[in-house]
Ligand binder design. Structure first.
Ligand code: HEC
Length: 220
């Protein structure tokens, strides 16, 4: 009986000492206290784009990026590449070869009109005459889309200009998705050819006229 009492009192003493040791540290709300198995809470998780040290088979060490750099030519899901650079050469190539992936229909042209009202009208004016309130204040206001040397710009050329800008006009690549830019191309062509005719340039065949089906209210 005495032995059991001794064991109980020993356990009580050990317990009290343990509590005393763990509870009397300076109070810090962020301190996790004593961690019995730190590996359980502090897993070696790696942050994206951070670096970590790896041990090679030969015992040497290397510092590597935690996430792998994508293979050259990798395309993000849902992203449509536009392979023409913002250079005069890229401009010429886009002019000849870039084509609108969107169908020329009323819905797409109408969306183009809405975007035009948000991103372009203040410079280019409602009918694309370059008479928007901001356009008039520029040292060189934008020329009308229907100017003789502008009216037959190809769709690739229009897309390149909207994407990379031109002269006083800034690039719009970061403001508009590619789809939105192609919709704007449809609408600019509609402003150029309100009677429903738009030039379409194909790779092999010389420019040919196509009937524009979209019936979008002019102006506004
Ligand atoms: C800050 C005013 C401004 C805004 C906003 C702007 N543009 Fe322009 N844009 C210009 C100017 C100025 C030019 C003439 C550039 C040059 O040739 O130097 C121009 C040229 C163009 C051209 C080529 C025609 C030409 O004159 O060579 C097209 C096409 C065009 N803009 C379309 C758009 C579209 C579409 C939008 C809306 C996404 C837009 N622009 C927004 C000022 C603007």
């Amino acid at each position: 009986m005495k032995k059991i009492t001794n064991i109980i009192s020993l356990m009580a003493i050990v317990g009290s000492v343990a509590i005393a040791v763990t509870s009397c540290s300076k109070h810090d709300a962020n301190s996790p206290g004593v961690e019995y198995m730190p590996d359980m809470y502090r897993s070696p998780s790696l942050e994206t784009n951070s670096f970590s040290v790896i041990k090679n088979a030969d015992g040497s060490f290397d510092t590597v990026q935690t996430n792998r750099v994508p293979v050259a030519g990798t395309i993000a899901r849902g992203f449509l590449p536009f392979p023409y650079a913002g250079t005069p050469e890229g401009y010429e190539l886009a002019k000849q070869n870039a084509h609108n992936p969107l169908e020329r229909n009323e819905m797409n042209t109408k969306s183009g009109e809405e975007l035009y009202g948000k991103y372009c009208v203040h410079c280019h004016g409602a009918t694309g005459q370059g008479d928007g309130p901001v356009g008039g204040k520029l040292p060189g206001p934008p020329p009308p889309y229907t100017a003789p040397d502008k009216i037959n710009m190809t769709e690739g050329e229009l897309f390149h200009i909207i994407t990379y800008g031109k002269g006083l006009m800034g690039p719009h690549a970061s403001l508009l998705t590619q789809e939105e830019r192609w919709k704007l191309v449809l609408y600019v062509q509609h402003l150029q050819h309100p009677d429903g005719m738009a030039k379409v340039v194909t790779d092999s065949v010389p420019a040919k006229e196509v009937k524009v089906k979209a019936k979008v209210k002019k102006g506004k």
